[in-house]
Ligand binder design. Structure first.
Ligand SMILES: [Zn+2]
Length: 261
């Protein structure tokens, strides 16, 4: 189906057959468990109805190895295998894989550089979150579902300039996202809407990033419905917002079960 692809492995570039790759990789694949997690995190977007066709991409990072595992570009989810996940370094240079990485890899790279706690990044064109991105409107916090996950409104980037678009577009998309967090104390919201495009989310792992993307879509849908019912709805109070966010995420968090040590 894919014919042969150029592959880069440890300094050697050559022609490679995907079928051969799949049958021969198990004994020397890099980061097998991360590949499996990234594959499952990508499939989670399908299970939750967040993607159509080959839309979207999830990656995960091994910080000790300085390597990123990311969905290949344009491969149908239903036939994707762990071997198809592409491994790159933190410069976006492919170090193992028979397929080309997602074209959004450079955006993921910028997010990993900016957020040291990020273990995974998820990008979707899920409909409600994307609708807010297209409207260039941040998603206000209208309720505790939002406050449980995102501290403050989900922000939206400014439009990219023509120079940013014609230049290194995917990297510039990442930099536009990162600039939103230049203000101290804004690192608590692990989701951003890229104006005229769609959301990028992150989390402690690839599966956590997908989870953030699923919750964001739900929150975006609820906010849309809320404004449909009452156009003048105000965000919830700062006190209620902080209460819900900080009981789950603050240093004195008490939501959920105590972790055994
Ligand atoms: Zn996109």
């Amino acid at each position: 189906m894919f014919g042969s692809e150029n592959v880069y492995r440890g300094g050697k570039t050559g022609h490679f057959c995907l079928a051969d790759w799949r049958s021969n990789t198990s004994s020397f694949m890099l980061l097998e468990s991360l590949r499996e997690e990234v594959l499952d995190a990508n499939l989670e977007l399908v299970r939750r109805g967040l993607v159509l066709y080959t839309f979207g991409n999830v990656s995960g990072i091994s910080r000790p190895d300085g390597l990123i595992a990311i969905k290949p570009s344009g491969v149908p989810y239903e036939s994707m295998k762990a071997q198809d996940i592409v491994i790159s370094d933190l410069d976006g240079r492919v170090v193992e894989g028979a397929l080309r990485p997602s074209s959004d890899l450079a955006t993921h790279v910028e997010l990993y550089k900016r957020f040291p706690g990020a273990g995974g990044v998820a990008h979707t064109h899920s409909e409600f979150a994307t609708a807010w991105a297209q409207a260039r409107r941040p998603i206000p916090c209208f309720g505790t579902t939002h406050a449980d996950y995102f501290h403050g409104p989900v922000p939206v980037t400014p439009d990219l300039t023509p120079e940013e678009i014609s230049g290194d577009y995917e990297k510039n998309t990442g930099l536009a996202i990162c600039r939103l967090f230049d203000t101290p104390g804004t690192d608590d919201t692990q989701a951003v809407l890229v104006a005229g495009h769609a959301p990028f989310c992150w989390g402690s792992s690839a599966s956590d990033a997908s989870h953030t993307a699923v919750i964001l879509e739900s929150v975006a849908r609820m906010a849309y419905y809320t404004l449909g019912i009452a156009e003048q709805t105000s965000p919830i109070s700062r006190a209620l917002h902080d209460k819900h966010y900080l009981r789950k995420h603050g240093k004195n968090a008490y939501y959920g079960q105590v972790q055994s040590k």
